[in-house]
Each structure stands twice: as C-alpha cells, then as structure tokens.
Design a protein around this ligand. Structure first.
Ligand code: FAD
Ligand code: DHB
Length: 392
C-alpha cells in the first residue's frame, strides 16, 4: 500500500493533522498501536488555548466543544495567604481558554475520521521506519497479526514521547535537550461539582495544588508529591485533607466539596525538546518532539500548533509545488516550543516547593508571584503565555 502522508499515532496531533489534510484534499493513513477505547479513555489534558479552539473550529471538529466546552476568562493564583485573579481577556485583548478534556477532543476527531476521513487503523503498531533518508520512506507495521508495509511520500511521527519515528532519525542528526524535576503530581478525578468556577493554582508551604475540572459535575485536582510516590499510599481522605490545607488562605478556612474519587494516578514531570523536528521526509509533531511539565497546560496545545503549521506546509506543497513551508517547519515550531518550554518551566518552578528548598528560594518565588499580582505588565505576560501565543 502507499499514501502521501503516513501518520504514526492517533493522539491529538495525529488525528488533527489527518483532519486538516483531509480538508486540503491530501491523502494520508493514520496508524495507531492501541485500540480505540484505550485512546479515547486515556486521562490527560483538560485546557484548550484560544488558538487550539480556533483550529478545531476551522476543521469542523468543534461542534460538541462549542456546546459542552466551558470558556474560562481567568485563573486564580494563591500564595502567601492571598488570592489573585488573572483576567485573560482584559490582559490579552480578548483571548481566553476552554475546559474541554483531551478524551473528548480525541473522541470527536476519531468519530469524524471514521465517518468521512482517510484510513485510521487501530491496533496497528509501527515497528520500523525504513529509508528515512530516501525519497520514499516505508512504515512497517503489524495489524491483525499480519506484518504490513506502507510506502509514504512523507512520514509524520505523532507517536508521543516513546514513539519510534524520532528514533529512526540517525542519532548524529538530532539533539535532545532535557530537564527533570524533583517532584511529581498526584492527579484525581472526582464526581463532584468543582468548588471554584475558575482554576486555582496554589503555592503553599506544603507544596503545590491545582483545582481544575472536566465538566460542571466532575472535578480534576492535582497535588505535588515526591517522585516515586505510590498512589496506594494516598487514601481518599488524606487527599482531600491535604488539598484543603494547601488551598487554605488561613488555616482551616477552606473546605472543598468532596465526592467519589474515580481515578487516581501519579504523573512524573519532565521537559524535553528534540531538534530539528524534521529529517529528510520524516517530521516530528507533538510529544514525539517535545514534552513539558504540565503546570500551565501547554502539552496538548503545542501538539495542535505543530500540526497546524505542518498542515499548512503540506497544503502549500500540494497547491503550488513549493517546499518552502516544509523547509521552515522545524524552525517555525521550535520558536514557539521553546517559549512554551520556558513558560512551563517558569510556572512549575515558581509554584512548587523542591525538596530541601531554601528559605531564600521560597522568598524569590513569593516575590515573583507578588510582582504578578502588583503589575499589570507582569500579569499580562503570564496571561499571554497561558491563553496561547499566536501560531507564527
Ligand atoms: P499522544 O497523545 O501521546 O499520542 C501518541 C499516540 O501514538 C498514542 O496514541 C500512542 O498509542 C501512539 N503510538 C506510539 N507509538 C506508536 C507506534 N509505534 N505505532 C503506532 N502508534 C504509536 N498536558 C496538559 O496540558 N495537561 C495535563 O494534565 C496533562 N496530563 C498528562 C498526563 C499524562 C500521563 C501524559 C502522558 C501527558 C499529559 N499531558 C498533559 C500532555 C498531553 O496529554 C500531551 O502533550 C498530548 O497528549 C500530546 O499529544 P500527541 O498526539 O503528541 O501525543
Ligand atoms: C489541567 C492540567 C494542567 O496542567 C493545568 O495547568 C491546568 C489544568 C487539567 O488537567 O485540567
């Protein structure tokens, strides 16, 4: 079999790219190693930037998002016994974000793809990328127990952090920049209305906590925990008590509404960027090329931005025969990626308490948070990054 664009991975990056190529009349095939149910249920991100919502709308994938998504015009920062609201539209000239879970974005994109799109194969694991430097790379994959091959004009690795396409780029032709963090998140989903209308990011002497949500009836909450934490060590009651203590502005003044906890997991944190995001006819997009620690909710949004830039480049090639935009893809994306890497690092390191953190470092964090609360310029910088910078 052969196709124009072979897409590896049906996460948000691969699925959105397939939609955008479909709109431009470019043919592609999406190969996904997991089954449909797994891909649609995997709990991950929850916040969509303005630009991500714009591209989902343009690609006709926002019908349910526009009905069920929750527009958010701000977040609250809590630190040093104070609460400060960041007003996104006022500080960014009208930009905002939406609460709409990654699981729902994926479900919507999968349904559209299966209804009228190019082939999307589940349980199709890519095992090798051959001819990475040739004019016709080949994807080898296993589907329904049979080994198959797909000849492609271009291959796009949307296969996440543990994908195979990045590894197919010769080691001498790529470079990875990484950072790890000395803490993780314990994340829960609970069947209870969120205790705040807006997200709350809390810096506290006991560590970071975040109140988020998935819908008007489902809360999503996170607690900073030590690396290597076993979720089994955290009973439901211990989790709620600790959240209450970290969100409190004064001891005992805050009680979250509690409800049944339906999911509990520990997420490690890491920053990583692989450069360049292209080698010959292989391209990397989304987590396959870069990951961020979750504070600030950039991961899914960066993936959407990458494939938007890439789809424009393939469309340019298709319409005019020019490879100009394909040639600038990596540099265009990396510019934005490094900005988001810095923002995610900044949010993470400003709001968490590292093990053995010195009182000096805590004073620096509080001074930075105080600056954001006191200065519209400092707040505007946070708001612009959070609501999402323009694509190019
Ligand atoms: P993915 O969603 O990882 O999709 C990659 C796809 O490729 C997967 O479906 C995988 O099965 C498939 N694949 C891999 N290898 C192969 C192969 N060999 N052959 C075929 N298919 C393959 N971001 C936030 O903003 N907020 C959060 O709270 C948040 N929580 C997260 C929690 C976890 C546990 C993780 C891992 C990430 C989280 N993120 C979060 C980040 C965000 O979910 C990702 O940035 C986003 O999923 C990136 O989309 P993607 O399509 O690039 O990659
Ligand atoms: C969520 C995750 C984040 O990392 C964040 O900064 C905000 C919200 C969430 O999963 O809802």
């Amino acid at each position: 079999a052969r196709t124009t664009v072979g897409i590896v991975g049906a996460g948000p990056a691969g699925l959105l790219l397939a939609r955008l190529l479909h709109a431009s009349g470019i043919d592609c095939v999406v190969l996904e190693s997991r089954d449909r149910g797994y891909v649609e249920q995997r709990q991950r991100a929850g916040i969509l930037e303005q630009g991500t919502v714009d591209v989902l709308r343009e690609s006709g994938a926002a019908e349910r998002l526009d009905r069920e998504g929750l527009p958010h015009d701000g977040i609250e920062l809590r630190f040093d016994g104070r609460a400060h609201r960041i007003d996104f539209p006022a500080l960014t000239g009208g930009r905002r974000v939406w609460v709409y879970a990654q699981t729902e974005v994926v479900k919507d994109l999968v349904a559209l793809q299966l209804a009228d799109g190019a082939p999307l194969l589940f349980e199709a694991q890519v095992t090798a990328v051959e001819g990475a430097e040739s004019a016709q790379p080949v994807l080898r994959y296993t589907h329904q127990g049979v080994e198959r091959r797909l000849e492609c004009d271009y291959v796009v690795g949307c296969d996440g952090f543990h994908g195979v396409v990045r590894e197919a780029i010769p080691a001498g032709a790529r470079q990875t920049f990484e950072r790890s963090y000395p803490y993780s998140w314990l994340g829960i989903l609970a069947d209870v209305a969120p205790s705040s209308d807006e997200l709350v990011y809390a810096h506290s002497p006991r560590g970071f906590a975040l109140l988020s949500m998935r819908s008007p009836t489902v809360s999503r909450l996170y607690l900073q925990v030590p690396n290597g934490t076993d979720p089994a060590d955290w009973s439901d009651e211990r989790i709620w008590d600790e959240l209450d203590a970290r969100f409190a502005l004064a001891a005992g003044d805050w009680k979250l509404a509690r409800g049944p906890i339906t999911a509990k997991s520990v997420l490690p944190m890491r920053s990583s960027v692989t450069e360049p995001m292209r080698h010959g006819r292989l391209f990397l997009a989304g987590d396959a090329a870069h990951i961020v620690p979750p504070t600030g909710a950039k991961g899914l949004n960066l993936a959407a931005a990458d494939v938007t830039v890439l789809a424009r480049a393939f469309t340019g090639l298709h319409r005019t025969g020019s490879t100009e935009l394909l040639n600038s893809y990596s540099a265009t994306c990396l510019n934005r990626v490094w900005r988001a890497e810095h923002f995610s690092y900044f949010m993470t390191s400003t709001l968490h308490t590292a093990p053995e953190q010195s009182p000096f470092d805590t004073r620096l964090q509080l001074s930075q948070l105080d600056r954001i609360a006191a200065s519209p310029h400092a707040a505007a910088e946070l708001a612009a990054n959070y609501a999402g910078l323009p694509l190019v």
